[in-house]
Design a protein around this ligand. Sequence first.
Ligand SMILES: [Zn+2]
Length: 143
Amino acid sequence: MINLEKYIKEIKIKNDAKDVPVFACLIKNEKIIFKAYNNSYKKWKITGHAEINVINKASQKNKSGNLSEYTLFTTLEPCLMCYGAIKQAKINNVTYLTENIKMSFRNYVNIDEIKIDIKKLDNSKTEANYIKIISDFFKKKRN
Ligand SMILES: [Zn+2]
């Protein structure tokens, strides 16, 4: 698996304190081909989740709606909207770093019936770093 630490550090730098820091990328042959961040509030584009942004970027570049050759990685477990986009893009493999208890697609979809292979990345150090970034973000937001 690709070393994600450097991208997780970038999330902190790029975020302007309006958007929840989320990073998503599309991986092919062990390489990150496309990457994107959450920018819903920065751009007042409410669908601007990192997963949707990276899917749009790849399909525009490839001029194709079929992204089945990629694995989608996202730092935060996808929401229902992003799950829909993942299905639309025919992506079959998804890996995430941290659970999204409140907004997870799992709260709405029967996980046993979906045909997507969704798994949590087993990297506690990277996950801990990311959770720190997220909690710092919400702490700053509350102040
Ligand atoms: Zn989403």
